[in-house]
Write a new protein. Structure first.
Length: 648
């Protein structure tokens, strides 16, 4: 072995999106402490899409597609809130980075104006409270990757391989071979990190019947798909199409079926929008389990001091839950504390920012609030006494299922009723008088930062993991906190008034009619009414499924028995999450052949059961993904410091 080989270590990262950029940022931050600068570290990134944005945030997608976070609420960098072991290295948010192009902020190296004139024009006019296009965010992610790469020490190099990894082979305690699509060459690595991001999956069997119906009758059917990749060319002008789902995928699909087909919105003197159709649009009939669109994002800042979170669902509360050494049920054991945390964030802002709408001093309210359990009758009495107007109180059941118990005499009556609901929601989310909703949102983010510990402990029973965590909670969080910007819902109102979008109701049931060759949809919200359409779109993202994954590397590892799906079995039943099972302690892939973690393979992010949230985050929220990136980066540097490229 040559002396040079002894001084070289190799890391291969499969996937080059934001998660990988975050990992590289933490490697750069920790290298001065943990990496011997006399040794060479080669980092190879394998991804067919550009490093930084990756596939989901690539520049090559429709300019109609937007983020659902304000520009000031998006960052890839740690800050004073980050509880990481390594150094904190602040960096600009998307808004702060964009400001340099209009001359309103300092330049951020490496400085280079985006080549796309439309993206540059957007960045020059981007306000902190704007919702940027995905292409503008792509430019930010591209810059962040180049900055992070420049901050690595000279002994650490990064090379991008613009292809797909198809397999990882090699002995447990020896070098790993990463196979590349269409190439004979293989990358030899000491350690391999899978940072694949959101991967697609083939439709489950539940969609086979509708797909077969569409083929028999020459109809259009689209199973769950990432919006930017959806082929909508088969939808004809004027065709009736059912969209099942009213979340973010629905918003994107509607934009592409309306504005994307030449339609436009005109702003009226009163600020409302009128839709000007092109004539190429279909007629969109939309419904879902809740029957209403996601709540729009707030577009204001806190008016009072930031609540000291966490308070009721923090490390101490999690310690107490785990100390009981019994199976946990999210609804029974965790939700009362989670709800109380959200309530604390909400009422802290209400009492501090809008004291005129409260009826007792904050210290008095807080002392009683801290003492009471969420579901105690005295808690409801306290809130009623301290917050006179019901509009200022938190009602989770009404928030979660606003159409429960409501029926409408006709489809037309429901259209008017739902437009009123959406208009009220948009007005509330853009009126700073209701900034308590933002306080609740920040508490939701705090809760998300604590849940990974509970999940990693393996204490949630199978039913609760399936129905409550991966089911109800994930949906409730997205519905309440991850909705579209308000302008999207104002556009939806205009489309509804124009008759281009029609709402079906809650708890929709989609069926087929062989006699007429049409898809049908019914809802108890409008009893006796049936919607008929010649096209059906499942307007939601593909659910994670290791068994049905479209990723060739995961398919190969699964076929080789080198990875396994997370499966939880107990007296409550069996839950198969569809996620790659990784060690909760260090994110190493659990290899069934070893009956434990693989020492040279790590997996991060969306396809794994670590369930960490997005690779980028809202500033000053101590993002759990940043904490994971830091911990993994430090372990990688220590492990690679004792490795060499031939595995010795």
């Amino acid at each position: 072995m040559s002396a040079g080989a002894e001084r070289r270590a190799v890391l291969v990262v499969v996937g080059a999106g934001p998660r990988t950029t975050g990992l590289l940022e933490r490697l750069a931050a920790n290298a001065p402490e943990l990496w011997d600068g006399t040794r060479q570290l080669e980092i190879h990134l394998v991804d067919p899409h550009p490093p930084g944005p990756g596939r989901i945030w690539r520049d090559a997608q429709s300019p109609l597609l937007r983020m659902n976070s304000m520009a000031e609420d998006v960052t890839l960098f740690t800050d004073e809130s980050s509880t990481v072991e390594g150094p904190i290295r602040p960096g600009p948010s998307l808004a702060e980075w964009a400001a340099q192009f209009s001359g309103d902020g300092p330049r951020h190296a490496p400085y280079e104006e985006p080549a796309d004139p439309e993206v540059l024009a957007e960045l020059r006019g981007l306000a902190s409270s704007d919702f940027a296009t995905r292409r503008a965010h792509s430019a930010y992610l591209d810059w962040a990757f180049r900055r992070v790469r420049s901050e690595l020490p000279p002994s650490v190099t990064v090379e991008w391989h613009r292809t797909t990894a198809t397999a990882v082979t090699g002995p447990v305690n020896g070098p790993q071979q990463v196979h590349l699509d269409g190439r004979e060459e293989r990358l030899t690595a000491d350690l391999v990190v899978l940072a694949l991001g959101h991967v697609g999956s083939t439709p489950p069997a539940a969609h086979d019947a509708n797909a077969g119906f569409a083929r028999r009758h020459g109809r259009f059917h689209l199973p769950p798909e990432f919006s930017a990749d959806a082929d909508l060319s088969g939808i004809r002008s004027g065709e009736s199409v059912i969209l099942r789902g009213l979340g973010l995928a629905f918003v994107d699909l509607v934009a592409m079926l309306t504005e994307g087909r030449g339609g436009a919105f005109r702003t009226e003197p009163d600020g409302s929008l009128t839709y000007l159709p092109s004539g190429r649009e279909p007629v969109i009939h939309a419904g879902s389990r809740r029957g209403v669109p996601y709540h729009s994002k707030t577009r204001y800042r806190l008016r009072g001091p930031r609540a000291p979170l966490p308070r009721h669902f923090g490390p101490e509360a999690v310690d107490r839950l785990l100390a009981e050494e019994r199976p946990l049920d999210l609804r029974r054991d965790l939700w009362p504390l989670m709800a109380k945390e959200i309530g604390f964030g909400h009422y802290h802002e209400l009492f501090h920012a809008h004291p005129g709408r409260t009826a007792m001093p904050w210290p008095e309210f807080l002392a009683a609030y801290d003492r009471l359990d969420w579901y105690e009758p005295d808690m409801a009495s306290l809130v009623a006494k301290g917050v006179p107007d019901p509009v200022d109180r938190l009602d989770f059941e009404a928030l979660d299922r606003p159409l429960t118990g409501r029926t409408f005499a006709s489809a037309e009556e429901f259209q008017a009723g739902l437009r009123a609901y959406v208009a009220d929601d948009v007005a509330r989310r853009e009126d700073g008088a209701f900034s308590a909703d933002l306080g609740a949102f920040l508490a939701l983010l705090s809760i998300y930062g604590q849940l990974p510990r509970v999940v990693a402990a393996g204490r949630l029973n199978a039913r609760s993991l399936a129905e409550d965590l991966d089911g109800w909670w994930q949906g409730f969080f997205s519905f309440l906190a991850s909705g579209p910007p308000g302008f999207r819902l104002r556009q939806l109102l205009a489309l509804s008034r124009a008759g281009v979008v029609r709402f079906i109701g809650a708890d929709i049931r989609v069926g087929t009619d062989e006699a007429t060759g049409t898809f049908t949809a019914t809802s108890p919200t409008v009893p006796g009414h049936t919607t008929r359409a010649t096209a059906l779109i499942e307007a939601y993202l593909p659910k994670a499924s290791l068994e049905r994954t479209e990723n060739p590397l995961l398919r190969d590892l699964l076929a080789a028995g080198a990875i396994t799906e997370e499966v939880v079995t107990d007296a409550e039943g069996t839950h198969r999450s569809g996620l790659v099972d990784v060690s909760p302690a260090d994110a190493h892939v659990l290899d069934p052949r070893l009956d434990g973690p693989h020492p040279r393979r790590i997996a991060l992010g969306a396809p794994t059961n670590s369930r960490a949230i997005a690779a980028f985050a809202r500033p000053r929220t101590d993002a759990p993904a940043f904490r994971q990136n830091d911990a993994v980066a430090r372990r990688l540097l220590r492990a690679l410091g004792g490795a060499s490229a031939d595995g010795s």
